[in-house]
Structures are given as C-alpha cells and as structure tokens.
Ligand binder design. Sequence first.
Ligand code: NAI
Length: 250
Amino acid sequence: MRLQGKNIIVTGGASGIGLSSVERCLEEGASVIIADIEDGDGASRAAALDGKHAGRCLFKAADVTDTDQVDHLFEHAVAELGSVDAVFNNAGIGGICPSDEVSDEAYLRVIDVNLNGVFRVARAALRVMYPQGSGSIVNCASILGVFGQSQTAAYTAAKGGVVNLTRTLAIEAAPKGVRVNAIGPGYIDTPLLEALDDDMLQGLISLHPLGRLGRPEEIANAFLFLASDEASFITGANLMVDGGFTAGKS
Ligand code: NAI
C-alpha cells in the first residue's frame, strides 16, 4: 500500500478527478477527507466510501473561496486525523465567454475559485505541515496553465497563475521539508466537460496525440505518486498528464 497511514485532504473531492483521487488514495491505505461545497454530493459519497474502506473517509464542507472555511477544514483535519500529510488542491470551475463580453463577476469568480482558492488551501496546509516538518501539496493546474485558449481568459489566467504559484511555494517550503507540485491535466472525461457538445468534444480529442480524452483515474494516479514518498525528490514540478497535448502537433 503506497499511502499506508497517510492523512490526505482532497478539495473538490465529491466529483470527477477529485472523487477518483479519493478512491485511489483509500485503495492505497490513506485516510481521506473529501472537502467540497456544502450542497454537493460530498457527504453522501464520503459516507459510501467510509463504509467500504473501514472508516477512513470523511466529508468536511469547505468552500475554497472562504478563508474561514478553509482554515477550519485544516483544524478539523488535525483534530480528527492528527496530521495532514498530503493535499490535492483540486477544486475548480470552468468558464467560457468571449473576453470582451465577460462580466467582472464571472471573471472574478473563476479567479477566486481556481487561483485564490488554491492559495488559501496551500497556505493553510503549510501552517500545518511546517511544524510537522513534512508534507506534499499538489495543485491542479491544466494544459490551459501553459497554453492559451479562446474565450477562457479567467480560466487560463488562473491556471497559469497556479503553475507559477506552485514554483514559488515549492522554493519557500523546501527548507521546511514540504514539497509543492502541480499537475497539468489534458481534457479529462468529467462533469466539467458536460457543457460541451459532441463536435466540440471531437475537436478537443483530436488535439491529444493519444487520440482520446483522459480518464479521471489517470490524474488520480499522478496525484497519488506526487503525494507519496516515491516522489521525495520532486518539488516545483508541473507534471503534464495530457495524452501528449503539450508535446506539439504531429
Ligand atoms: P468537476 O466539476 O467534476 O469537479 C469539481 C469539484 O470541485 C466539484 O465537486 C465541485 O463541487 C467542487 N468545487 C467547485 N467549486 C468549489 C469551491 N468553491 N469550493 C470547494 N469545492 C468546489 O471537475 P473536474 O473535471 O474533476 O475538475 C477538477 C480539477 O481539474 C479542476 O481544478 C479543473 O480545473 C481541473 N482540470 C479539469 C480538466 C477536465 O478536462 N476535466 C482539464 C484540466 C484541468
């Protein structure tokens, strides 16, 4: 078991990539807190997984745009589990709109969840991990953290921010024994893509040299690796898990 005895928080753990990551961590022996918004599926999913995995899965409502809720999530985790060994900073939302039409509200919402939320969670994690002298923070970026895409100004700005925030946090945290990395998924078959029609999906698939969308568990496996001691000399990296999307065109 690659994560035996580790205590892990997954934000956005109620759906898609986050849920798959929760399941893989439980299979590898970790105790896991699903941190997600109050009115989603987090509580019921955690209850089902808790039953299947001998009481090792909890739910804690935490909106990553709310600093108090994020800080309370980590206090709760330490109280319940005793430590936080790894965090998947995965909660995120999409947002498609021409840049000349997007409202302040829509633009700032994406930045607040996808970039500021990542910082709030990472800061709370560092405050727990520094005294421990160990920990692994993994931030979910995207191919759109290193590539532009039309009509996704806020999303691409946020994900690009996550990539460089990861580097800065990694440098700062390294002397304290804490590693910080990012994952850059290609397009992954999750509810986040539900808004896209078939033609759009086919167009996106054609941009991946491997010729398909990714599966949530393929990102979960990358998280699992970066969270584990197998990645003990990796920090500040942005691991692309994208079916070759960023390698170039054939
Ligand atoms: P999803 O929509 O299936 O899951 C996102 C989860 O985040 C949901 O459970 C949702 O309730 C939660 N969430 C949303 N706002 C939140 C908030 N303010 N506080 C706490 N939780 C919140 O999406 P998916 O695809 O699993 O996305 C996960 C991450 O992967 C996101 O950061 C996304 O940007 C990133 N990503 C996804 C790609 C894809 O093609 N699906 C591609 C590249 C990156």
